[in-house]
Design a protein around this ligand. Sequence first.
Ligand code: SIN
Length: 477
Amino acid sequence: MSLQIKKTDILIIGTGLAAVATALHVPSSLSVLLVSKGEVTSTNSDLAQGGIASSYLEETSEAHKEDTMLASNRTSCSERVDILVKEGRRAIEEMERFGVRFDRDEDGYALGREGAHQLHRIFHAGGDETGRHVMRQLRRSLPDNVSILEHVLVHDLVMKEGRVVGALAFHHEEMLQLEAGAVILATGGIGGLIDWTSNAKTVTGDGLVLANRCGAKLTHLQQIQFHPTLLAAEEPHLVTEALRGAGAKLVDASGNHVMAHDPLGSLAPRDVVARVLTDHVGLVFLDTTKVKRLRDRFPKLVATCDKLGIDLRQIPVRPGLHFHMGGIEVDESGRTDVDGLYAVGEVADTGVHGTNRLASNSLLECWVFGKRVAEAIQVNDASLATSDVMVYDISPETFQAFRHQIGKWLTISPNLDEMKCFLQNTQTLTLTKHVTRQLSEQTLQLDAARLLAQSILEMERYDEHDLSTRTAATVSD
Ligand code: SIN
């Protein structure tokens, strides 16, 4: 097998908003290489519908902070939330400077509202196609010092004298040695580990495994968010919470409001609504009859429902895996505890989301912390090194059987027996040095699932609800 070698000052693994925001802000004297496992657009950011939460038009960021803290049951880190909401006030005009156009109506910005927000503060673009519009424009704005390589699976990070100095990867099926002065993990969350998710299929927790192998600390991995409204169809599709912000109501088959008991009704925090819908016996629908200009405001949803022959007035929904709050522990500038290694976006645990992320705070986090990583990054000398990580020697059929098993326990009410069984079965797998792209990819997925299972089981042992409040110290010390 031939070996290609590439050298760069900064290697960013991922091409979603966290990766692009960072790349847009690093000094232009540094070379930056972004790599994506699939196509450049196969990211959760590209799929984002609701938008970007920002108190740009409010007097202060206090109400946004309060909503963020309340949605998380006050388990978010207060100091980090301050950073998010205060620096997030500037995010909208900063993105506009790169050419992003947010939707407007006759009164100015056409702001949306989502669960647990007191106010309309969600900026969106192209209705419910915010991710596609924002990412297309920001990628077009990347300067000449930044390049992108698609179809790169990072097999392992390589270290020299305690520092991360690059990565060993596959470009398609060819081995690729990436020498880098600093590596930033922006690999997103974990949703692609199972089928019933709002996430891109390529988003499978690789960053957690890569960081863990280098000895970086992972925190709160058991904190996983389920979105209440995925389209209850054969293939999962997200039905944005912004639809409820625009007046849609969650009803049962007889038209009764299933969130009537909650003061915030259908706009209660996401974890609360997802739990109610999971426990509900019988189908739940989004009744959209009160939503004005549905076709203009939610073009993606309309196209999906039209294609599947679903009545837009009564959209069947059910919860699905959506977001990972836990991740690689980082300080306020995305530094991990390993020299040369940074993390940003969903793969990082910045502490801003606690046990339940507030809607549309994730793209905001990517922007705010991406800029911070770019400002703080220290570039060492890139160096040649290698990796001797072995992979599980399993067939595609065995791997699919494991994925099926993961789908059984990675649910809103984790099945602990299935989880223990998965850990036992994967514990005894044979390893091989004959690494192929497929075996490497399968291994990363199984190891990511193992990390989650271990963390969930550990947590169950200590504290069923994990409601301890975080401080900046508990997140990054
Ligand atoms: C949505 O549009 O409902 C998802 C937004 C988010 O996860 O923040």
